[in-house]
Ligand binder design. Sequence first.
Ligand SMILES: [Mn+2]
Length: 319
Amino acid sequence: MISKVIEVIKNNKRFLVTSHRNPDGDAVGCLIGCGRLLELMGKEAVLYSYSGIPELFGFLGRPNTLVEDLDKEPSFDASLVFDTADPSLLGPHFPEKPQAGLRVIIDHHLRFKEYGDLVWRDPDAAAAGVMLYRLASALGIKNDRLLGEAIWCAIYTDTGGFRYSSTNAESLHTAGEVLSWGVDPWKMAISIYENNPAGRIRLLAKVLSSLEISQNGKVAMIIAPKKLLIEESLDHSMLDTFINHARGIKGVEIAIQLSERDNGWKASMRSKGNIDVSELASRHGGGGHKNAAGCFFKGPLEKTKALLMKESEKLTENR
Ligand SMILES: [Mn+2]
């Protein structure tokens, strides 16, 4: 499939590049990295992220090709959509044909809702950023620090700093390659993991104080009510990775974080080893990867908690 994506890039001029809403490091890395890749090839790229780019990733730069509104944009030859397994995650304003042109989906999720005109999927890729690197290699683009930083950010965050089960030979090899383009790994680490607003650490303390562990000791749950974010004037992206503390408990095999949204609770799930939380998430209309998945609940907190505790405990016992 990569050959078809390469053909589309080579044979066209004007592209829309986008990724999922509430973008993580992989999504932002792909957005900015692909924009840079196209620029280096002399193509025209417009970058769009429905919910903007979190401040955390400001160190990657803010390309002037990033737009907030697609309404007035002339048509595109093709849209390159990264890291998005479900079209609803593109936000309500994502253009339909013909404005969007050929819709090309580049994704690495295990569970995928069929959409797009050309789909290149590889669940073995540790990050969509690895697939972006494959594209760059195939197109002969290398030795660019800005592209390298974006790819590094994508892989580094999606593997949790090369710790998650998705870490493999290719992701490490790719990271090694982009380091040789001038990426400074310490600068990246500081920017991503050691650059927290103080309020985020207070928020972490409050969220962790909600910790509950199941009877069998294998499921840990933490809760992030909206008011805690409001107190610290922080957005939801600041909750990212809190769940790893819950998963990091000895004996815990599944960690769940419930974070309050306007009309319900977003459940993030993380697992250790062979437990597939994407299966659990997909039962409730969500999706993700084997060890990292999510879904949404409209119901009240207590009911959602009880249901998820029960279902997760069952998952840990059925093995
Ligand atoms: Mn990803």
